[in-house]
Design a protein around this ligand. Structure first.
Ligand code: ADP
Ligand code: MG
Length: 256
């Protein structure tokens, strides 16, 4: 066990079902340290997206407990009372998320996409929200596109905007769900480069990705999921050279 100061995310025997019968997360136990970079991998349908969506309270779960930067998310039911609602709001302020499909608003300029949350959620006045948004756009090397609309940008640029947007609420944790899977191959690297830069800046990152070169060079730890279970976790060097479980061995064999 890590001591509490080190731990920023802790799943305690989390179980989740979709509907009554589909047991999508099974007894998940996972602890992530502040500043750690974790890559989650595993076959399609193994529960990776569901797992990380629990971290920003996009998905409820039915059993167990999840601690996110000191805030406790309880099993469904407890989340419906006032304290549960407050916990969800607190967690969303601490966690930024980047999706496969960017999820930018097409009718808003890049700048307005970035200032929406800070202005309406955090109550920041427009000039401050815009100054901050520009700073985040600079961080992903795209400030010159601030006044364009998302569809005037390439996929790689749109995803960098989405990353800047996630950074605008100054999150403690950044979640990525296959951020390069929807991109044309020639645009993957610019997004991975930005993610690698962020990884060097101390923010806690949990990233679902099949980009194994990125995982090898950036992750502190690889978590392998299969059929709703967390099957294996290891440092990248160990995971890639000698995976322990047969399921991880099969998964890696298919990637080559
Ligand atoms: P992964 O990200 O590893 O591909 P997901 O977490 O998206 O896996 O999904 C895990 C399983 O749960 C899949 O079998 C998927 O079809 C199912 N699933 C995902 N979302 C829902 C939902 N909203 N309702 C019912 N089943 C779902
Ligand atoms: Mg997924």
């Amino acid at each position: 066990m890590l001591n509490n100061d080190d731990s920023i995310i802790r799943f305690e025997r989390v179980n989740k079902w979709y509907g009554r019968d589909f047991h999508v997360l099974r007894d998940i136990e996972l602890e992530i340290r502040r500043g750690e970079r974790v890559v989650v991998c595993g076959p399609s349908g193994s529960g990776k997206s569901t797992l990380i969506r629990c971290i920003n309270a996009l998905e409820p779960f039915q059993e167990g407990r999840l601690l996110v930067d000191g805030v406790a998310l309880g099993a469904e039911g407890s989340a419906q009372d006032k304290a549960g609602e407050r916990a969800v709001q607190q967690v969303r302020r601490r966690v930024g998320m980047v999706f496969q499909q960017f999820n930018l608003f097409p009718h808003l300029s890049v700048l307005d996409n970035l200032t929406l949350g800070p202005r309406h959620v955090a109550g920041l006045p427009r000039p401050e929200a815009e100054a901050q948004a520009l700073a985040q756009l600079e961080r992903v090397h795209i400030a010159e596109q601030a006044h364009k609309f998302p569809l005037q940008l390439s996929g790689g640029q749109q995803q960098r905007v989405a990353i800047a947007r996630a950074l605008c609420l100054a999150p403690q944790i950044l979640l990525f769900d296959e951020p390069t899977s929807a991109l044309d191959p020639e645009m993957v690297q610019e997004v991975l480069d930005v993610m690698t830069e962020l990884a060097g800046q101390g923010i806690t990152m949990v990233c679902v990705t099949h980009e194994m070169d990125f995982a090898r060079s950036v992750a502190d730890r690889i978590v392998f999921m299969d059929q709703g279970q967390l099957v294996e976790e290891a440092a990248p060097a160990a995971f890639f050279s000698r995976p322990e479980s047969a399921r991880a061995q099969q998964f890696l064999a298919k990637l080559h």
